[in-house]
Write a protein that binds this ligand. Structure first.
Ligand code: SF4
Ligand code: SF4
Ligand code: SF4
Length: 308
């Protein structure tokens, strides 16, 4: 059972620094966990060969997640060029200079079977839903270390720069809509069927059907995500090499299985100093606020005296 940030801070307050030091010098705070196999992994199938780049899915994603569109009014509604804290889904254009095939690509969280983001998170703020396999974020467990943004092999999670406890955002497969029996926003509006939603097994069958029906249309006649990075729940078809679309060749073993488990152990030893740091920052901020209020009060009193 993961411990919440509130519980951790309370424990620090109760136990004091000696206990915290003991935890940092010897006693592991967590044990490494097996990656659970979801009951019904859900995902997306994106076929770049039929995407027309209309960006309807971007708009629908913002609407579905109740986030404002990230447009720069001063620059005539300039659109975002990459994922960011307001943009969980983006359509990019790959256009090679040699004039060979260009392609659009939809980028969002891949819903990895063995997610690097979750492996990197010291407090399980990112975790896989046991039923759907969707990788969710629980803000109450997040200490704002932003480590997940480094350990994701697809550079997906984004965070607010402001604040010691920032909001981490990434596609969570519109889980709130799934709970209401609705499809994800992006798949509800795509005019060409370039992005569709469903159980991963059905999506994989559909991808293979498309390859079989049109051999040679797709790069290496393969589905990205079937085995890449240990398998992902969001699958891709493309006519151009996947790497050109920002989908790296990671091989069949998930990055966490290869590299990150040991980092989790290290994190167990560094988690408490990070929390102590967060606690200190909170105390400093509280003192600054108190001083500002005091100064404000003095100003008011001085003003009143001047009026008398
Ligand atoms: S599933 Fe939802 S959050 Fe994810 S890209 Fe589609 S609309 Fe955006
Ligand atoms: S793509 Fe990145 S953020 Fe999404 S589940 Fe995989 S590791 Fe996590
Ligand atoms: S709505 Fe469909 S066709 Fe339009 S950009 Fe998104 S995936 Fe491509």
């Amino acid at each position: 059972m993961a411990i919440t940030r509130r519980e951790l801070l309370t424990n620090i307050a109760k136990a004091g620094v000696p206990a915290a030091v003991a935890m940092t010098t010897g006693t592991p705070t967590m044990t490494a966990q097996e990656i659970p196999v979801p009951n019904t992994p859900l995902g997306l199938l994106y076929d770049a060969t039929i995407c027309i780049g209309c960006k309807a899915c971007e708009v629908a994603c913002n609407e579905a997640n109740n986030t404002p569109a990230d447009v720069d009014e001063a620059k005539l509604h300039e659109a975002p060029t990459d994922l960011n804290v307001l943009t969980r889904n983006i359509i990019k254009l790959y256009k090679p200079e040699d004039g060979s095939s260009s392609s659009f690509v939809k980028r969002q969280c891949m819903q990895c079977f063995d997610p690097g983001c979750a492996a990197g998170c010291p407090f399980e703020a990112l975790y896989k839903d046991a039923d759907t396999g969707v990788v969710r974020w629980e803000g109450s467990r997040c200490i704002g270390c932003r480590y997940c943004t480094i350990t994701c092999p697809y550079s997906v999670p984004r965070f607010q720069w402001k604040g010691i406890n920032p909001l981490i955002t990434k596609c969570e497969l519109c889980s709130h809509r799934l709970a209401r029996g609705q499809k994800p926003g992006c798949t509800s509006v795509c005019p060409t069927g370039a992005v569709i939603f469903g159980p991963r097994t059905a999506l994989l069958l559909e991808a293979k059907r498309r390859i079989k029906n049109d051999p040679g249309r797709y790069y290496q006649n393969r589905v990205y995500g079937e085995t890449d990075n240990g398998g992902t729940q969001c699958l891709y078809l493309s006519r151009v090499p996947f790497e050109k679309l920002g989908l790296p060749e990671l091989g069949p073993v998930a990055v966490p299985a290869k590299q990150l488990r040991w980092q989790r152990r290290i994190y167990e030893y560094f988690a408490m100093p990070a929390l102590l740091y967060a606690g200190l920052v909170a105390v400093i901020r509280k003192n600054i606020t108190a001083r500002e209020e005091e100064a404000h009060q003095q100003e008011k009193e001085t003003g009143l005296r001047a009026q008398l």
